[in-house]
Design a protein around this ligand. Structure first.
Ligand SMILES: [Zn+2]
Ligand SMILES: [Zn+2]
Ligand SMILES: [Zn+2]
Length: 364
């Protein structure tokens, strides 16, 4: 960020060195009355300033300025110690100008964050949190996390935690981590807990996504089953009309549809179907049962066994009834979702850990 200051060369002897840019000194020395307070920094440097300005920007400094003096001296002195004096200079500069360059933030962002927190200067605090957050590294993340905690900066805190959990193996090897481990076991616990929760959050999302995909696939299979049995598709046609009545071109769900047609063909010919030894036939049976659970055409439906399953389900109360009806609900709602044409899930994601009543893989 380039700043356009007036160019001036006036240097004042009270502020030593190059700590404040000379043009800044110029503008504030020339347009303001005589300074009435001195800021004392850790190396003994005194920065002249104006109580009116300090008090108007920082309520904490205002309090300090308004506090009655113990010593009856004509000059007020406010010590700001514990941070490099350059950082104090930049801090005072910000109180006057509301400005801080990117280079200054890069060099003293951490100190300025602490100062802006202690002296309640939210505008600077916001700038610093952002700047420090953009410069997080594996090396400094533990220190910055501690600072974010001390300075009550939730954005920066979360950013650090995310970086920590994404790069934990590398962070664990840093000096900052080892030091924190020895000196702040509570923070270590807090970090480990965060990582743990982030992991299980990821797992939950993954599982949910896999389940959604299963329901979508089943819903697609239900759609195919219906159109295969009513109007036919490539090789299998409606059961009462035979495959000669098949549609000419494949449908837009061809991979599902083709697998299902193969399964139907197998189902009609398999010799092991009746004795329950064939897993493909079992799968087909479950798909037919699922259809029957969803189907609302009582008499006109052409899907095989639809009516029989409906009657059977009315007679029997099965042990897994609640699970089954949950599955039916999910597939039915996936169907509604797909009719709203929501984006399709990617197909190449891993597909284990799913409780699928054994009906998945109907394509094989
Ligand atoms: Zn089809
Ligand atoms: Zn079979
Ligand atoms: Zn039906």
């Amino acid at each position: 960020m380039e700043e356009t200051h007036n160019t001036a060369t006036a240097a004042t002897p009270t502020i030593s060195g190059e700590l404040m840019s000379s043009d800044f000194q110029f503008s504030y020395q020339n347009s303001l009355p005589k300074p009435d307070v001195q800021i004392l920094t850790s190396n003994g440097l005194r920065i002249p300033a104006h109580t009116g300005i300090l008090a108007s920007v920082s309520p904490v400094l205002e309090n300090i300025i308004d506090r009655p003096h113990k010593h009856h001296s004509s000059e007020k002195i406010i010590p700001i110690l514990g941070v490099p004096c350059d950082a104090v200079s930049l801090f005072i500069q910000f109180l006057y100008s509301s400005r801080c360059s990117e280079e200054e933030l890069e060099k003293y962002g951490i100190h300025l964050l602490a100062l802006s927190h202690v002296y309640l200067v939210p505008q600077l605090k916001h700038m610093c949190s952002k700047a420090v957050g953009q410069r997080l590294t594996v090396e400094n993340v533990v220190d910055v996390l501690q600072l974010a905690r001390l300075c009550d900066s939730p954005d920066l805190y979360v950013k650090c935690m995310k970086m920590l959990s994404d790069n934990f193996k590398a962070v664990e090897k840093t000096e900052g981590w080892k030091f924190m481990q020895e000196n702040d076991p509570f923070l270590e616990l807090e970090i480990l807990r965060f990582i743990d929760e982030a992991e299980s959050r990821k797992k939950r999302t993954r599982r949910h996504r896999e389940e959604q995909r299963l329901f979508m696939e089943l819903s697609e299979a239900m759609e195919c089953l219906e159109h295969i049995c009513t109007e036919g598709c490539t090789t299998v046609g409606p059961c009462d009309l035979g495959p000669s009545n098949k549609r000419r071109g494949p449908c837009n769900k061809f991979s599902t549809c083709e697998g299902l047609q193969l399964l139907i063909k197998h189902f009609t010919m398999c010799k092991n179907r009746v004795n329950g030894k064939c897993s493909r036939c079992k799968r087909m049976g479950q798909l037919l049962r699922l259809h029957s659970s969803i189907c609302d055409q009582t008499d006109s439906c052409r899907v095989p066994l639809c009516r029989q399953f409906k009657l059977k389900m009315q007679r029997e109360r099965r042990g897994d009834e609640t699970l089954w009806s949950l599955l039916v609900k999910k597939v039915a709602s996936a169907r509604v979702m797909s009719s709203l044409s929501l984006p399709k899930r990617k197909r190449e994601e891993p597909r284990e850990t799913i409780h699928d009543h054994g009906i998945r893989n109907f394509r094989k």
